[in-house]
Write a protein that binds this ligand. Sequence first.
Ligand SMILES: Nc1nc2c(ncn2[C@@H]2O[C@H](COP(=O)(O)OP(=O)(O)OP(=O)(O)O)[C@@H](O)[C@H]2O)c(=O)[nH]1
Ligand SMILES: [Mg+2]
Length: 316
Amino acid sequence: MLGTSYDDLTIIIPTLNEAESIGLVLDELFSVGIPPDKVLVVDGYSDDGTREIAESKGVRVVLQEGSGKADAIKTGSKLVKTAYVLVMDGDYTYPAMHVPELHNKIREGYDLVLGCRKYVEKGAVNPLFKFGNRMITMFVNILYGTEVSDVLTGMYITRSSILREIFYEARDFSVEIEIFSHVANTSGKISEIPIKYRRRRGIKKLRVSHGFKITWDLIRLTWRYNPSYLIFLLGAALLIPGLTLGTYVAYHYFFTGIKYYLKGLVAILLTLTGFQSLLMAIMSVYTKRMEMRTLHKINELKTCIDELRTSLEKPR
Ligand SMILES: Nc1nc2c(ncn2[C@@H]2O[C@H](COP(=O)(O)OP(=O)(O)OP(=O)(O)O)[C@@H](O)[C@H]2O)c(=O)[nH]1
Ligand SMILES: [Mg+2]
């Protein structure tokens, strides 16, 4: 059993007008044994007294650089001195009791552990957001060969070096996908634990428009991490007009006797190109996965060699 010292941990809480909940979040963290000096609140210029409440609880509060949740995490990552960082929302949706579980899990040798929202309080997640999250999670799982169930969770723990490495290309609420993509792409070890999720207090900052932004950021990140997949996937979209036109031409050929030669030729070309692109997209996912598995093995070998070297260098 691993110990319960939090010396290697910092908890970053991004906040924007969370006066209603930040006090509750901090009290709950203290109640599970997290000392105030382990918490860093990164505020986005709240005007409702959030900072004052957090300061009165004895935790460190800083104002973020730039704007949005991604910039808040970036600001926090520069100030962290510990090996691990746990990020959690300041809206009292994520119970503090999962902090020790996530902390213990990452110390088993993972690079990122997600708190997957499995036990969700009724009404806490709007069905549209739930659907969007499912689709995005499915997409990243296909892309990276992972098996996570909640990539957009707001409670996760990672190595602080990872938070400093990423480019923060994705804005606002897409930051979680960027962290995930970075770790998956550099063959880091990812795990998840099931957590509870409560109905939020205060005003929601995530809007439907953010869903489109997240999707756009996902496309940009795919371009960065697996461009061939994106190119071929776009090519595969030719299947839609190809098959539609093909059906139209075939219908007329068989049922009305009208023969559309040029349209038929275009339909065949579009369908063949689309089909070929689809196959290439699938191949590109498998190539990527193979690359990641190979990198993973290399990393494991490196760790073994390092351990062997240290044990040989130890004076007997
Ligand atoms: N520093 C900072 N924090 C932000 C900003 N926008 C949102 N946050 C915080 O980031 C966390 C997540 O935002 P939420 O509005 O809870 O978004 P969500 O968790 O995806 O959605 P719901 O909880 O379902 O409403 C909360 O603690 C917010 O206060 C920002 O621009 N700057
Ligand atoms: Mg939230």
